[in-house]
Design a protein around this ligand. Structure first.
Ligand code: ADP
Length: 500
């Protein structure tokens, strides 16, 4: 496994695993949290409904107290007038044989009450324990009788006849409206037929989260739910939002890890390229130095007999010195470029003159290597504002490459032409060519296509980076058209400026 893959795996383990664990943990704990919230909320609703029952009991108890107070005189008119929910008050004996109804009612309760002798017995037992219990009996249509055993009259049993709907709508309804405010919807429904007797707001869609039997009205239940969004809906919404957040977090982490991985990979590639660069440059320096030394020694020992041979050796020495100078210049210029201290001095130049003088330098070498050279320079190209030395350096690098990567067919064509706004110089070869995937990368520093001939052709990987820097500093562009195995064409386009 290579080191970039190891880094990627390490990043994955360091960043992604905790994130994934966290996500899974969060998702599973979200359920528990919601259940807890649901339970807490349920208990609260229960408490509310309990308080409703308590209130009803309080009202009934206060009636019982008032009735007990009036019992000696049987003067219940005031109580009945003050409480429209009370239809009448029944006073009977413990065996329910003599029953009085106030105000006088034609209804006969004796028989009905007698059926509830067990309840009456219980009430009497409670009374002996000094506890006044209230018990609903005879729950029919809209009437309910609440029985209790008064403490001041041991031989009596009292029944409060309540108009159920009226009581629920006025007494219970008021309490429910107080509780409901704008937050809850509370209703009272009949258990037998599901009919709504009271509602704090017009009926709306939605399921009631809680329901409780009314202690005093056994056939009625009170229902409660949140208005608008229910707690379950809110919890579900929160759950979905949290899941989305967790997913986004995971994606961001994943993207971050991928980004860091790419940065590291790039840096490692650069480190590898730099180390290639050092070995390439050492080789590039050593070869011309060895040649110069060898030919100088041969000449010095006067071993060369003919003048022609001597001239040949001198020209080899000169050529190798030039190669060395160019390499060292390239490195120096590159380091200036990197530290952004490279300066260009712009003067009006004739591009064809620069091309011609560069070609003159290469003429000997090109001839020796049997190159077919085509130079097609358009006449009357106007002056351009440029740094002559830098443009020559760019051309040197491109021609060097055309020679270095020439392959079988030794061919080079240099052209120049101009449009209204630009001057174009192209260097065309029939060399080894460059596959499309390398086209953009070859302009990066240290980048070399490591395949085929390139292995044997030594270089620093700086040439095209320098060319691009020079061209761009002149406000121009450089483009490449190349096919692997067929050759390449580099085209420099520079802006045309007026002759100064
Ligand atoms: P160097 O030539 O020192 O390696 P350059 O920056 O000049 O560095 O070129 C970068 C790479 O682009 C070269 O290593 C080579 O693979 C490729 N290249 C450049 N010019 C040519 C060309 N004319 N034909 C084929 N390949 C080329």
């Amino acid at each position: 496994m290579n080191s970039t893959k190891k880094i990627f795996l390490t990043l994955g383990v360091i960043v992604m695993l905790p994130a994934l664990f966290y996500s899974v943990y969060e998702i599973s704990s979200l359920d528990e949290t919601e259940e807890m919230i649901g339970q807490m909320y349920g208990r609260q609703l229960d408490a509310i409904l309990f308080s409703v029952n308590q209130h009803i009991l309080d009202v009934a108890s206060s009636w019982a107290t008032q009735i007990e107070n009036e019992l000696p005189k049987n003067a219940f008119d005031r109580i009945i007038t003050a409480n429209p929910s009370i239809t009448s008050i029944i006073v009977t004996d413990t065996s329910c044989t003599t029953t009085h109804v106030f105000p006088v009612d034609r209804r006969e309760y004796t028989e009905q009450l007698q059926k509830h002798f067990e309840i009456i017995d219980r009430l009497i037992r409670y009374r002996t324990l000094s506890y006044r219990k209230l018990e609903p009996v005879i729950d029919s249509d809209s009437t309910l009788v609440i029985l209790f055993a008064p403490s001041i009259a041991p031989s009596n049993i009292i029944g409060i006849v309540v108009h159920t709907d009226r009581f629920i709508q006025s007494v219970v309804g008021k309490k429910l409206t107080d509780i409901a405010q704008n937050d809850f919807l509370l209703t009272v429904t009949k258990r037998s037929d599901g009919q709504t007797v009271f509602s704090t707001a017009p009926k709306s869609a939605g399921i009631f989260s809680h329901q409780r039997k009314l202690w005093i009205f056994p056939d009625h239940v009170v229902n409660i739910r949140l208005k608008g969004v229910t707690i379950e809906e809110a919890a579900r919404g929160r759950f979905h939002r949290n899941i989305i957040l967790i997913v986004i977090l995971d994606i961001v982490l994943l993207a971050g890890a991928w980004f860091v991985y790419r940065l590291i990979r790039r840096e490692m590639e650069l480190v590898a390229l730099k180390s290639d660069f050092v070995s390439n440059v050492s080789h590039e320096l050593r070869t011309p130095l060895a040649l110069i030394r060898m030919f100088t020694e041969t000449l010095e020992m006067k071993r060369v007999k003919t003048e022609k041979k001597k001239r040949e050796y001198y020209s080899i020495i000169l050529h190798e010195t030039e190669r060395l100078t160019r390499l060292i210049n390239n490195i120096l210029n590159f380091s200036r470029m990197e530290s952004k201290t490279r300066r260009y001095s712009f003067t009006p130049i004739k591009i064809n003159d620069v091309i011609a003088s560069v070609m003159t330098i290469y003429s000997y070498q090109l001839e020796k290597l049997n190159f077919t050279v085509e130079t097609m320079l358009e006449e009357n190209i106007p002056f351009i504002q440029a740094d002559e030395e830098a443009i020559a350096e760019a051309l040197h690098n491109l021609i060097d490459n055309a020679i270095k990567y020439s392959g079988e067919e030794k061919f080079i064509r240099i052209t120049s032409q101009h449009t209204r706004q630009h001057v174009q110089i192209s260097i065309h070869d029939h060399g080894i060519g460059i596959a499309p995937e390398h086209h953009a990368k070859i302009f990066e520093k240290f980048y070399r296509v490591s395949r085929g001939l390139v292995h044997t052709a030594k270089g620093s990987g700086l040439g095209l980076a320098i060319v691009q820097h020079i061209v761009q500093s002149h406000g121009g562009t450089i483009s490449i058209t190349s096919e692997h195995g067929k050759g390449s064409a580099f085209v420099i386009t520079l802006p045309l400026t007026k002759e100064r």
